[in-house]
Design a protein around this ligand. Structure first.
Ligand SMILES: NC(=O)c1ccc[n+]([C@@H]2O[C@H](COP(=O)([O-])OP(=O)(O)OC[C@H]3O[C@@H](n4cnc5c(N)ncnc54)[C@H](O)[C@@H]3O)[C@@H](O)[C@H]2O)c1
Length: 360
């Protein structure tokens, strides 16, 4: 069994990497004596995997209910949280009961937030089913919802008791969502691990064929990088900011595109633009920038696009959460595998970077 152990003191937990759901029951029995479980999932995931997972758990003697809600970011809101809490109450869940988050990042963020506030906090387990959630969002303990047009503005840090990753579910994921997840995967290589970046460069065929051992290696490398960063900076006071490479411009693009383009695709564009700023500052070479673009392109992550009005992009950037003392923070590469934070990027530099990725 492939396993990664995260050290958060009394909130420590394991991430298991599997090819099916067969080990889920045993893994749950190892972490808690819960009798009642609530599976929180979205309607798409429920249709494909809900009954299989529910039956597995019921056959093992658990008292299981399923709470399923319509898929999509637009449902990542307080009403869905209240509905999940109502299901907890109807299922007579107590402090020892457990929530199982079966789905992508939207499900994980909401199931985790409901678990953080129901009875002042009950245990929850992440069973992520998208590439983005397996490589990124299920690790780190950030949970939350969107509110009043602000993404992830309400939430809590609540670590899961276990993350159970079954890579075979990626077979049913759409290509669009797979490419979006790959945006964050490539980012992890660029910010932290040159060897992993090289692995992505030379194993693209096996990744795209969804070869299970390759997927397990890739997802495990991602979780290792993310875990290394968040264990050192659980509450986001410093190092965790490096995960934002590509995000200062990427988030603004996501909003300016009115969320028609996926998060990972916008982060890909953001990495090219921010990489261009780093290249112009002499922090990385033209070859390194080309290499980053080549790997992004290999996985069909966009490296250029027809951009919305630059003024719109700038105004979304002005509202960015990643602003300190009125100055925008950027994470820029200093090589493939390392980055640094700067807060002195000028409007002209951003303008040139947007022109660089603009297909016009
Ligand atoms: N907590 C964190 O640290 C963190 C980090 C990054 C992103 N996020 C959040 O994650 C969310 C995005 O997550 P996401 O990209 O996983 O999107 P998502 O959860 O919306 O899932 C995308 C789509 O894929 C479907 N799906 C999920 N698994 C599937 C499968 N195996 N087969 C077929 N379809 C499947 C879903 O039903 C949905 O339609 C955002 O809300 C973002 O804010 C959180």
């Amino acid at each position: 069994m492939d396993k990664l152990s995260l050290d958060f003191g009394e909130n420590s937990y394991d991430i298991l990497f599997e090819r099916d759901f067969d080990g889920l029951v045993c893994a749950l029995k190892n972490i808690a004596a819960a009798k009642k479980l609530l599976i929180v999932t979205d309607e798409n995931v429920n249709t494909i995997y809900g009954s299989h997972v529910r039956e597995l758990l019921q056959c093992a003697g658990y008292d299981v209910c399923v709470h399923s809600f319509p898929a999509g970011e637009e449902n990542k809101n307080m009403q869905t949280i209240l509905d999940i809490c109502s299901s907890c109450i109807s299922h007579r869940m107590d402090r020892k009961s457990m929530i199982i988050a079966l789905g992508g990042g939207v499900v994980g963020d909401m199931a985790g937030f409901a678990a953080a506030i129901y009875m002042r906090g009950i245990p929850f387990v992440q069973v992520p089913t998208t590439l983005l959630s397996q490589s990124d969002s299920s690790v780190g303990g950030k949970t939350g919802i969107d509110f009043a047009d602000n993404k992830n503005i309400l939430g809590a840090f609540h670590q899961p008791r276990l993350v159970y990753i079954n890579v075979s579910v990626l077979k049913t994921l759409s290509e669009r969502e797979f490419i979006s997840g790959m945006g964050e995967v490539v980012k992890h290589g660029v910010i932290y691990d040159k060897h992993f970046f090289e692995y992505l460069k030379f194993n693209a065929d096996k990744v795209k064929e969804l070869e299970p051992d390759t997927l397990i290696h890739m997802v495990k490398c991602n979780c290792t990088i993310k875990a290394d960063v968040v264990v050192k900076d659980e509450k986001e006071n410093g190092l965790r900011a490096i995960l934002n490479f590509g995000h200062t411009i990427g988030h603004a693009l996501e909003s300016a595109f009115h969320f028609k383009m996926t998060h990972g695709a916008c982060v890909g564009l953001g990495m090219c633009a921010e990489g261009f700023i780093a290249k112009n500052r002499g922090m990385i070479s033209q070859n390194e920038l080309d290499e980053i673009k080549e790997v992004l392109g290999t996985y069909k992550i966009p490296t250029s696009s027809l951009l919305p009005k630059y003024d719109d992009i700038f105004s979304f950037m002005e509202n960015d959460k990643k602003k300190a003392d009125g100055r925008l923070k950027f994470i820029l590469p200093t090589a493939v595998g390392s980055v640094m934070q700067v807060d002195d990027v000028t409007r002209d530099e951003i303008h040139s970077a947007l022109s660089y990725i603009d297909e016009k």
